[in-house]
Design a binder for this molecule. Structure first.
Ligand code: 6PG
Length: 232
């Protein structure tokens, strides 16, 4: 089955995008709850999603039936300013959304490899496929923690042994990372790629044409198209 075409949703401002994408996510979560009694969401970190998290936290839905996880995490403690779990706690777990169940990825292990094994056990109970996965993208074309300069990038993307959480070490990543595998990301019922700015739009357009960046692998999937959300 060929991958469906990506769908671009273009907005005039990050604020307008945040509200629209938050509505889309809230609708998908509510539909999941009505169909299956619960909903699962995985979100990315970085700077871009802060406005989206705040908009989503204001949406009215049955939040106690939602479990949120991270697409990826820096191998840092939850109080570290680089922590994605801290970003989610400070911006999404507010208001009504504070009643969702949040399952972080970071585990205080000796190595990121051990942390990945423990994180996999922590998310093993989450119902998959995820109903919603929200991705970001770096200007180098990385998404989640699949960095172009990761020495084992091909093996990480292939994930032949079917690991549920992957340890990543890459020069451009800063600290070691923990990431959901691309197979888990692509299997989500709704995959939203949220990017902002002209540079990232140019990088993504080229990555779609050349299929030469880690983010390109998100689009090598069967099923419904990836929903790209962009604002200047
Ligand atoms: C992270 C994210 C990562 C992010 C991109 C874009 O932990 O940093 O999961 O994949 O989506 O790096 O980050 P910005 O939104 O800060 O540009």
């Amino acid at each position: 089955m060929d991958a469906a075409e990506p769908v671009w949703h273009l907005y005039s401002s990050p604020g307008e995008l945040a509200e629209a994408l938050a509505d889309r996510i809230a609708d998908a979560l509510s539909e999941a709850i009505s169909l299956r009694g619960l909903a699962t969401l995985a979100v990315s970190g970085g700077r871009t999603p802060v406005g989206l998290f705040r908009a989503l936290s204001r949406k009215r839905l049955d939040w106690p039936k939602v479990t949120a996880a991270l697409v990826d995490e820096r191998f840092v403690p939850p109080d570290d300013e680089r922590s994605n779990a801290r970003l989610v706690r400070e911006n999404l777990l507010a208001g009504a959304a504070a009643r969702l169940t949040f399952v972080p990825l970071y585990r205080p292990a000796r190595t990121v490899d051990e942390a990945a094994l423990e994180a996999a056990r922590a998310i093993a109970g989450l119902k998959k496929p995820f109903d919603v996965v929200v991705l970001g993208m770096g200007a180098d074309g990385h998404t989640a923690s699949f960095f172009p300069d990761a020495p084992d990038l091909a093996a990480l993307l292939e994930n032949r042994d079917g690991r549920q959480v992957l340890p990543v070490t890459a020069p451009s990543a800063g600290e070691p990372r923990l990431t959901l595998p691309m197979q888990t990301i692509r299997a989500a019922r709704l995959v939203a790629l949220h990017i902002e700015g002209e540079e990232k739009r140019r990088v993504l357009t080229a990555a779609l044409a050349e299929r030469d960046r880690p983010v390109s692998a998100v689009f090598d999937r069967a099923g419904d198209g990836v929903q790209i959300y962009w604002a200047p």
